[in-house]
Design a binder for this molecule. Structure first.
Ligand code: GCO
Length: 479
């Protein structure tokens, strides 16, 4: 029986991201991002939409804070739009005072309501100018310096922020942006004119540059800002739980571990162990960038906490033969049904979001064991329902499936802490409100708040919004 096992100062709340909620793409000097450009390419976004209006949160910060208060949230994770701060993005480009003022006021307003801000510096929306000027994330020298400058501007501007996340899900930007092309800037490996020569190397080079930019920003924070402001900084990595497709087949058991290494350890092993995982170097060879001693010194030990985004679980089936050049999973298949015909979770939920609380508990333990019990912040967790958009409003706001998802996942988190000794200290549900779901546009809803996109972005709290808080109250110590 799990009782009050979470520490009194456990931070729980909700998460969003700038491009997914703000809208106002040209307000007060904001410059274009690679996502503004990507959405304008016909066919890239399922419903042909973009973040141009989204939840209009740029003009509704008071409404969003009111939502947070209604849920009882203790914290709010949101991201900064780099191109609001430095419209052209570069270290020699002008800083936009209006952009700084917007986020300063928002942080002050959150703190006034007793809500702790958790700030993501980069949630995929790179200033478009940097992509055009020097190839953006592909250019190690330029991107690392420009990100470090942007980070320093924000550390200066927001001294009251004590929880910083450098990057959200570098796996997504690297693989979806530079291998499959499903995300901005939409590079695929068959590109003829890659600045790095072999376009199948691009995603691994981008991943490496993310780690160097992360290490550089952390070094600046620890040396120049932490002594006076305190606070902490880390990176948020995504990865879902795994089960062997056939538990009796050692090849499937190995493949399940390889899946976690190619998705999570790709970034976490350099940060905690100073090297890429062996399974990746074995498969990728020279396509994977090598580390200089200086780079390792910059990246190893660069997390104050482990930021974890997770949603579902998969069965993993090994593949035979040599993997193709564009393989990024680790020569395996991810499935929702195993050899015995068992499914990960109800098929009603979005194709990739079936719930599996036990898998979440297993993955928390895997991270804790592999990285020597780091402090873990769950920075995203949530689900959506196939066809949710087509339901009448009263059914949409009665989202029992999402309430049940949170009962399961928060319960699994409590067991991981109380019974397994995993050091989880924060949990941000994704998301505070329905928002622009990248290549899926507005067809997929994750919010504990319904946003009426056709009705002036009016917000309606769903049932799940009032479930998360009492769950955490029931598991959190009073003393
Ligand atoms: C991610 C992103 C979020 C998504 C959410 C649902 O994890 O992909 O951080 O921006 O909207 O995860 O896909």
């Amino acid at each position: 029986m799990t009782t009050k096992v979470l520490p009194k100062d456990f931070l729980w709340g909700f998460a969003t991201a700038a491009y997914q909620i703000e809208g106002a793409p040209e307000a007060d000097g904001r410059g274009p991002s690679i996502w503004d450009k990507f959405c304008a390419i016909p066919g890239k976004i399922a419903d042909g939409s973009s973040g141009a209006v989204a939840c209009d949160s740029y003009h509704r910060t008071g409404e969003d804070i009111a939502l947070l208060k209604e849920t009882g949230a203790k914290a709010y994770r949101f991201s900064i739009a780099w191109s609001r701060i430095i419209p052209l993005g570069g270290r020699d480009d002008p800083v936009n005072p209006a952009g700084i003022a917007f986020y300063k006021t928002f942080v002050d307003d959150l703190l006034k309501e007793g809500i702790v801000p958790m700030v993501t510096l980069f949630h995929w929306d790179l200033p478009q100018e940097l992509d055009e000027r020097y190839g953006g994330l592909l250019n190690k020298e330029e991107f690392v310096k420009d990100f470090a400058n942007y980070a320093k501007v924000m550390f200066e501007a927001l001294p009251k922020v004590k929880h910083w996340i450098t990057f959200n899900e570098p796996w997504c930007s690297s693989i979806l942006g530079y291998n499959t092309g499903l995300f901005a800037p939409g590079h695929t490996i068959d590109r003829k004119k890659s600045p790095v020569g072999d376009s199948s190397k691009e995603c691994w080079i981008v991943g490496h540059n993310f780690l160097l930019a992360h290490g550089t920003a952390v070094k600046i924070y620890r040396e120049e800002f932490k002594p006076k402001n305190g606070g902490e900084i880390g990176i948020t990595l995504n990865g879902d739980a795994v089960y062997p497709w056939d538990t009796e087949d050692p090849l499937d058991v190995e493949a399940a571990e390889r899946k976690l290494e190619f998705s999570i350890a790709w970034f976490a092993d350099p940060i905690y162990h100073g090297r890429y995982p062996a399974s990746m170097t074995a498969q990728l060879g020279s396509r994977l960038p090598s580390w200089t001693p200086e780079e390792i010194a910059l990246v190893q030990g660069s997390n104050d906490f482990y930021g974890m985004n997770t949603y579902t679980a998969n069965y993993i089936k090994h593949k035979t033969g040599t993997p193709p050049a564009d393989d990024f999973l680790g020569n395996l298949e991810t499935l929702f049904e195993n050899k015995a015909g068992e499914c990960i979770g109800p098929e009603t939920q979005s194709f990739w979001l079936r719930p599996n609380p036990q898998g979440f508990r297993n993955l928390l333990n895997w991270i804790s064991k592999r990285y020597n019990q780091p402090k873990i912040y769950v920075t995203e967790n949530g689900t959506s329902l196939k066809g949710e958009n087509d339901l009448p409003l009263e059914q949409i706001v009665d989202d029992e499936f999402r309430a049940e998802y949170y009962r399961g996942y928060v319960g699994a988190l409590a067991k991981a802490v109380g019974e397994d000794g995993v050091n989880v200290r924060a949990y941000m549900a994704w998301s505070l409100m329905d928002n622009f779901e990248w290549a899926e546009g507005y067809e997929t809803r994750f919010g504990v708040t319904f946003v009426d996109y056709e009705g002036g972005q009016k917000r309606y709290l769903k049932k799940s919004a009032k479930v998360v808080g009492p769950l955490f109250d029931s598991y959190t110590k009073k003393e």
